[in-house]
Design a protein around this ligand. Structure first.
Ligand code: MN
Length: 199
């Protein structure tokens, strides 16, 4: 399940958690990591079947239903990763600074013929509807696959509901961590080593 995650990382060098070394569980959580790596992006992760299914969103999520945000699938992450915040050292996979930009619970609301489509099935079919209860994001969001194969692409789109708000732009107005209140620069300063300061 998380083999790619483990293979890509040297846990003697990165502060990221090893899979299976912490709390386990299937609580339906979601988390969005802000990740200032070679290019800044937001990693959107939802807990499905014990792992965190993950997409990298270059522009971050929007609260405006007219915005279609490109979401590129990345490797499953272990559930323990949800609270990770820190600096991944230079030379390691994903090198850069990570903070928890939003987190909360999510509910699968994908329906077909009056029945709920299981999340795993919805992801296979390339269409998942979610109800998020986060600190910054809430309400319905759709994940829609638009390309398959080596060039797999998805779009993350806010559903048009009470939580939709074209005037909000939380990616720019609420840049800080929801667990520590820190910005990327603060996390880098407080947790980055000398090697990171040189970059
Ligand atoms: Mn990332």
């Amino acid at each position: 399940m998380s083999r790619d995650y483990t293979q890509k990382r040297d846990f003697s060098k990165t502060p990221e958690p090893e899979a299976g070394r912490g709390a386990q569980g299937d609580a339906p959580i979601f988390v969005i990591h802000k990740h200032d790596a070679s290019s800044l992006h937001y990693d959107f992760r939802i807990n499905v079947g014990g792992a965190l299914k993950s997409w990298a969103i270059p522009k971050g999520p929007s609260t405006d239903p007219r915005d279609k945000r490109l979401a590129l699938p990345t490797e499953d992450h272990p559930r323990d990763y949800a609270d990770f915040e820190g600096v991944i050292p230079q030379g390691e996979y994903g090198a850069g600074t990570v903070l928890v930009w939003d987190r909360g619970t999510w509910e699968n609301i994908t329906r077909k013929d009056d029945g709920l489509v299981p999340a795993e099935e919805a992801l296979k079919q390339g269409h998942l509807l979610m109800h998020l209860k986060g600190e910054k994001l809430s309400g319905g969001y759709a994940l829609q696959r638009t390309d398959t194969g080596d060039d797999e692409k998805w779009l993350l789109v806010k559903m048009d509901d009470d939580a939709a708000d074209a005037r909000r732009n939380p990616v720019s107005t609420q840049p800080e961590s929801v667990i520590s209140g820190r910005t990327i620069a603060q996390v880098r300063r407080e947790e980055g080593g000398d090697a990171d300061d040189a970059s």
